[in-house]
Design a protein around this ligand. Structure first.
Ligand SMILES: [Zn+2]
Length: 61
């Protein structure tokens, strides 16, 4: 038995591109943070916020 430090994945939230209303849950994809629901295009910039996720798709999946 090897004791393992608990790795808590803190939920990160952010917006995509010009849409600053929908706050998505951000998940790491290939070293980048992307919306969990897949919103936005790859060229859309992600802005991380200390805000509560309000995207229904991100919260529902
Ligand atoms: Zn979302």
């Amino acid at each position: 038995m090897h004791p393992q430090p608990a790795k808590e994945m803190a939920a990160r939230a952010g917006t995509v591109g010009k849409d600053v209303v929908a706050v998505h849950e951000l998940v790491p994809v290939d070293g980048n943070l992307r919306p969990k629901c897949g919103a936005g295009e790859e060229e859309n910039e992600i802005y991380e916020w200390m805000r509560a996720v309000n995207c229904a798709d991100c919260m529902g999946s």
